[in-house]
Design a binder for this molecule. Sequence first.
Ligand code: ADE
Length: 229
Amino acid sequence: MHIDIITVVPGLLEGPFSHSILKRAEDKGLASVKVHNLRDYATGKQNQVDDYAFGGGAGMVMMIEPIARCIEALQKERTYDEIIYMTPDGDTFDQPMANSLSLKKNLLILCGHYKGVDQRVRDKFITREISIGDFVLSGGELAAAVVADAIIRLIPGVLNDETSALTDSFQDGLLAPPVYTRPAEYEGMGVPEVLLSGHEAKINEWRFEASVRRTKEKRPDLLEGSGWE
Ligand code: ADE
């Protein structure tokens, strides 16, 4: 998978992709992420990428021309499965969306800033609008990093233990069960006996039941219609 990200603050995206799982995915050749500075596609002395909103009001709007030049240049190199705009008014990102995006080959993500992008960018280029939650960030960069992380870790071979993505919270509509590691006792606090038993079937049964219990307690909304209520 290849992900291109367009931003006016490329520095914000340097960290997330040079560490841990995302770096490993790049090193293994399973995913590549390239960050593009929108200012490289601006013209004029100031490299202007934003301007005042028609109709007035506070805040600047990202101009269509630099974005169009950037997207069109990138489209000469690849065909994108989706051109995504990160915005608080987009569809809320969730695990099913991450699963479906992880199957794509080429993604382009545009990060909004200021008051957002000229609506004509959205009308002309964007195929999908994604929000990571009902709150407003200063820009789409951190949201794009969240989405890229959630997608890339699902690509087969990226995680060391392939089954571990399958047992994540949400993957089967349930929250993940509690986990424990050594020591088996800490200040009088033990570990559920069954986890120390080595009996795989019983452990799986305990984990499933603990998942259902935890989901009922913390996120009963996830159980509606699941048959596990
Ligand atoms: N840009 C600003 N806030 C955002 C959010 N909540 N999700 C995605 N992009 C954003």
